[in-house]
Each structure stands twice: as structure tokens, then as C-alpha cells.
Design a protein around this ligand. Structure first.
Ligand code: GTB
Length: 216
């Protein structure tokens, strides 16, 4: 059964692949699972019909027959569990890859989102200038730690996994700020993820929504 995901009808990032449907598209492309996309406007996301799929009125969602999922991490995990290619077969290696999925979403993404949110929505606050360096330090602390762990490896735990897929999408949120430039191994890691054919297909598909181009 072909799953259907939801994505922004008009993404604020203008197709730079920063919205969270990107990670779901990439996972589906990695495993070779075709999918449909239903585009939703900001007002549609808050309507009861969409809230039945997503209690918080957001994208992405995932529908596959009777199954409805929300939360990009849970969706990527579902895809990785049901298809080969995103989680290792060995039980311990699989558990470690899942650990990296959680680390990407629970440990690395929050300070990056906090920094992005402050820059976007809190610039006019009196306390912004004081808070900004605190938020930047929190991001740098995580990047230092991640960079030390990655070292000169290609991926976080030997073979590419759903953990890398999520981590790369999380780190990409820093692209515009130039923060990653101080971490050559993390920049190269993100570039390795972006060079994967499945990533490119997913990126082109979400960009086509913005440009109106056809990808099929
Ligand atoms: N924890 C949830 C998940 O991982 O799925 C978070 C989902 C989420 O934040 N969805 C956002 C959304 O629907 C889109 S991805 N927002 C609308 C709303 O809450 O009303 C976040 C996002 C949006 C835009 C950019 N951008 O333009 O750069 C980047 C990230």
C-alpha cells in the first residue's frame, strides 16, 4: 500500500529542505518505497480533519491503510523497521542506531531549534542580546561533543543508518548560520548525507513543490 505523507503547501524555507517532511521523504527514498504527498496550508493544518491525523496540527503525517502516524522520528522509525536499509540486522548495532535517532531528536535538535526560534521570533525582545550567546554556546557544546565522537568516521556507527539520516537533517538547520564551518568533520558528514542519491531525490521532490516543477 502506498503511504501518503503531508507537507507544507508553501514551506517558509522556500524549498531548502528544512521542514520535517524532508526526513520522511528521504527515509522513503532510501528504502525505495513510493509515496504520495498531500500538501496542506497553514489554516488546513489547524482544521479538525488534519488534527484527527496530527493532534498538534502540524506536518508531517503518515497514512498507510488504517495506520496514521505523526512525529517525524516515529515515522522514520516505522519506515526503518518495515524495510531493509536504514537499520542494521545485528541486534546491538540496531539498538545503537536507534540510540542515535533519539540523540539526534532529543539531545542535538532542541538547542538548535531554540537558537533558530530565538533568531526568528525574539529579535525584538529586550533580553535577546543577552540570551543569544547562551543559546549559541549550548549549540556549540553539542557540536563539540558530536564532532569529537564522529572523529574521521563517515557515519556515527559504521554503516549509514536512520540515526545518520535524522542527525544530518538536524545539523542542516545550521547551514544558513555558518555555525558548522567551525566543524570540518560535521560539515563533511552533512555533505556526505546530502550526496546520497536518495537524499537528492527527496530534496528535489520537496523543492518542486515550491518551484512548481515536475519530478516524475
Ligand atoms: N516534533 C514534530 C516532528 O518531528 O514531526 C515537530 C513537527 C513540526 O515542527 N512541524 C512544523 C509545523 O507543522 C513543520 S517542520 N509547523 C506549523 C505549526 O506548528 O503550525 C518545522 C520547520 C518549519 C519551517 C522551517 N523552515 O522554513 O526553515 C523549518 C522547520
Amino acid at each position: 500500500m502506498t503511504p501518503t505523507i503531508t507537507a507544507f503547501e508553501r514551506s517558509p524555507d522556500r524549498g531548502r529542505g528544512l521542514a520535517r517532511d524532508m526526513r520522511v521523504r528521504w527515509a522513503l527514498e532510501e528504502v525505495g518505497q513510493p509515496y504520495e504527498v498531500r500538501l496542506v496550508s497553514f489554516s488546513e493544518m489547524k482544521e479538525p480533519a488534519h488534527r484527527r491525523l496530527h493532534p498538534f496540527g502540524q506536518i508531517p503525517t503518515y497514512e498507510e491503510g488504517d495506520l496514521v502516524l505523526f512525529e517525524s522520528g516515529a515515522i522514520v522509525f516505522h519506515i526503518a523497521e518495515r524495510h531493509a536499509g536504514l537499520l542494521p540486522d545485528n541486534a546491538n548495532a540496531r539498538a545503537r542506531a536507534i540510540t542515535w535517532m533519539f540523540a539526534a531528536l532529543n539531545t542535538v535538535e532542541p538547542p538548535i531549534v531554540d537558537l533558530g526560534t530565538a533568531a526568528l521570533l525574539e529579535r525584538d525582545k529586550t533580553w535577546y542580546a543577552e540570551r543569544l550567546p547562551v543559546l549559541q554556546d549550548r549549540v556549540r557544546e553539542r557540536l563539540d561533543q558530536l564532532s569529537n565522537r564522529l572523529g574521521d568516521a563517515d557515519w556515527l556507527d559504521e554503516a549509514f543508518s536512520a540515526g545518520d539520516l535524522l542527525m544530518v537533517t538536524v545539523l542542516r538547520r545550521l547551514n544558513a548560520s555558518g555555525t558548522l564551518e567551525a566543524y570540518p568533520n560535521l560539515s563533511a558528514y552533512v555533505a556526505r548525507g546530502e550526496a546520497r542519491p536518495a537524499y537528492k531525490r527527496a530534496f528535489d521532490a520537496q523543492l518542486a513543490v515550491f518551484t512548481g516543477a515536475s519530478t516524475r
